[in-house]
Design a protein around this ligand. Sequence first.
Ligand code: URA
Ligand code: SF4
Length: 200
Amino acid sequence: MIRKELLAVVASEVTVCTKCPLWKTRRDAVPGEGSAKSKIMFFGEAPGRSEDAQGRPFVGAAGKFLDELLSEIGLSREDVFITNVVKCRPPRNRAPKSLEVQTCTPYLDRQTRIIKPKFIVTLGNYATAYIFSNAKLPFSGITQAHGKPHEVAILGLKAIVFPMFHPATVLYNPKYKTMLRQDFQSLNDELERTLHSRKS
Ligand code: URA
Ligand code: SF4
């Protein structure tokens, strides 16, 4: 099967998944979307209200800002693959519990193994903690880790993990917004250094 079909299989399982309690309060599960051939994956935390209503990742206020950040470095959503650590919305947007992360991340792992990205951009504490723990890297919070890429060997692939602040947490803080913009510029520099072509 080709990558796109394999991703569709994962998505169809996510859509009807009842493996953790979050299925009871979700409206739509949010498997993730983008290019199956992308060299770059973005990992968020969990769907919020708009995502739960539409079944699509990053379509609310944080998503609009993410679109802006992507376009500032010449990328669109179609060039990348965007998904979340947890695929169903936690009630009232509370943080995902560790059991939920544990139960759901096999889906994220499968998506990652299928796409085989060269870059994994982790947005915020949850996504970064998950990948750093997989890569056996010490993690003491996104404030320390953001903007510093790491080469890792995880899930049978070699990739560069690029931690960043979560767009939702910086939305109303100009100073942090600027830092996130700067991290996107560093990502762009890194992409230009590493990839001959961003699209394949
Ligand atoms: N925040 C996330 O972490 N993911 C989304 O899809 C939307 C907001
Ligand atoms: Fe299944 Fe993940 Fe949704 Fe829990 S959050 S029900 S594990 S898809």
